[in-house]
Design a protein around this ligand. Structure first.
Ligand code: FAD
Length: 410
């Protein structure tokens, strides 16, 4: 088939790879000049397990607090009606047991195994590390994590609750002065550089039937016949199928087709800094459960990521949030990173649906497939959802169940 993909973030690139592997002729339309320039640019780097990652799903990890110095979601400027509606749905999903947590975790595990297959096949070196600690400052934090731990245990994820001493043996760079009540150790957790992986995989698609059209914005998706309208062109370019992988921009392309996705752009930050002293830095990844901040070793750099705000795309960087990232790094790994020069500060948006899960599969409009809304887990889920969408297009049952992850739930 001749297939168009809208968007060359991590989701679009992995989808292009899988569709080309199935023998399709694929064109990826990307408005930016390279792959992974938007949400996939400087993620925290966390792969599976997913549920203990910040903002993975409503009701897991932390309470939703909107005001005060300990707000977990910052509301900036005037909130649109759509964002208010999103917030109220996220809040209700926090109390309901309907959030598709188990499905999400299953998908993350599947995605990890698919990623490993690609890594071995193409010998991709993407600054990967193995193992994660979820750091607990108090016993109360351990209690808050129990629902997520239960889902992980039920899903067969290896984990153990360890004392502060054991945690310090696993990550010897952890400050002896930091208040540490204990930690959750996830020995099989992975992390790595999402943007680097996307770029390497993109190179891996060369000669396999994928064409990347950069600096090419899609204004409209057509149905009956299926196709896309490129900005500045009068006519529809026809394809047998279109896969929408446009991240936070996906929702805006759907109303013209009579479809609506309740997606919010929840912004966060990452700071990447060169290693200063390797033994004082994390060897793999850690998550500060209370702060919902992660610190990840990526090759010769350390990346600190966190923060959540509902604000405009061009809002100023929020100084207090960035200071919190620096403070958290300093609490746990003082002296691990060099913060005086060569630091990259990034603000990006999580394309978040109100139950935390992506929408994967047929859209209901003939010829249009959806692979979007990966929220806080686009990197952790992309390889899995890409393979699943390719299977659905080939009219094969995906290897991972997608119950509860379709458009119908909205
Ligand atoms: C601070 C932070 C930390 C994060 N950490 C993690 C993590 O540790 N692990 C994890 O799994 N996830 C993490 N995420 C989430 C992750 O970044 C996203 O889920 C993921 O990048 C989404 O990928 P995507 O391909 O859907 O979107 P994007 O990467 O945004 O790609 C969409 C692409 O579509 C293009 N596009 C949009 N509209 C059009 C159009 N009309 N025409 C042509 N092109 C178009 C855009 O330019 C863009 O390149 C984090 C996010 C943030 C903000």
């Amino acid at each position: 088939m001749k297939i168009a993909i809208v968007g060359a973030g991590i989701v679009g690139v992995t989808t292009a790879y899988e569709l080309a592997s199935d023998g399709h002729e694929v064109t990826v339309f990307e408005q930016r000049s390279a792959a992974a320039e938007e949400a996939s640019f400087a993620t925290a780097g966390l792969l599976a397990p997913h549920l203990l990652s910040p903002w993975a799903a409503p009701g897991f990890g932390h309470a939703l607090r909107l005001i005060g110095p300990h707000a977990t979601l910052r509301l900036s400027g005037g909130l649109s009606r759509a964002n208010w509606a999103w917030l109220s749905r996220w809040r209700s999903a926090t109390h309901a047991s309907s959030a598709p947590a188990a499905a999400l975790e299953r998908l993350a595990q599947y995605s990890q195994s698919r990623l490993q297959t690609l890594v071995h096949r193409h010998e991709l070196d993407f600054e990967a590390s193995e193992g994660r600690l979820v750091l607990l400052r108090t016993e109360q934090e351990r209690d808050l994590l129990q629902p997520a731990l239960q889902v992980l245990r039920d899903s067969g994820v290896a984990l153990r609750e360890v004392t502060a001493n054991v945690a310090r043996q696993i990550e010897p760079g952890l400050s002896p002065e930091a208040p540490l009540a204990g930690a959750i150790h996830l020995p099989d957790a992975r992390a790595g550089n999402c943007r680097l992986f996307a770029q390497l995989l993109r190179q891996g698609t060369q000669g396999s039937g994928v064409r990347f059209a950069f600096n090419t914005r899609i204004d409209r998706i057509g149905a009956n016949p299926a196709g896309v309208v490129v900005q500045g062109e009068p006519d529809l370019r026809r394809f047998d199928a279109v896969v929408l992988c446009a991240g936070t921009a996906s929702a805006a392309l759907l109303p013209a087709l009579g479809l609506r996705l309740p997606m919010a752009a929840v912004y966060g930050y990452s700071v990447s800094a060169p290693l200063r002293e390797s033994t004082h830095a994390p060897q793999a990844s850690v998550v500060d459960a209370a702060q919902q901040i992660s610190i990840t070793r990526l090759g010769q750099r350390v990346r600190i990521a966190g923060g959540a705000e509902l604000a405009g795309a061009d809002a100023e960087h929020h100084t207090a949030t960035l200071q919190r990232l620096y403070r958290t790094l300093n609490d746990w790994f003082p002296g691990g990173a060099q913060l005086s020069s060569g630091v990259q500060v990034w603000r990006g948006a999580r394309p978040l649906l109100p139950d935390g899960a992506p929408v994967v599969g047929a859209s209901g409009v003939p010829g249009l497939w959806l692979n979007t809304g990966h929220g806080a887990g686009g990197w952790a889920l992309a390889c899995g959802t890409a393979r699943a969408v390719a299977d659905l297009i080939a009219q094969r049952a995906p290897e991972v169940p997608l119950d509860g992850l379709g458009m119908r739930r909205f």
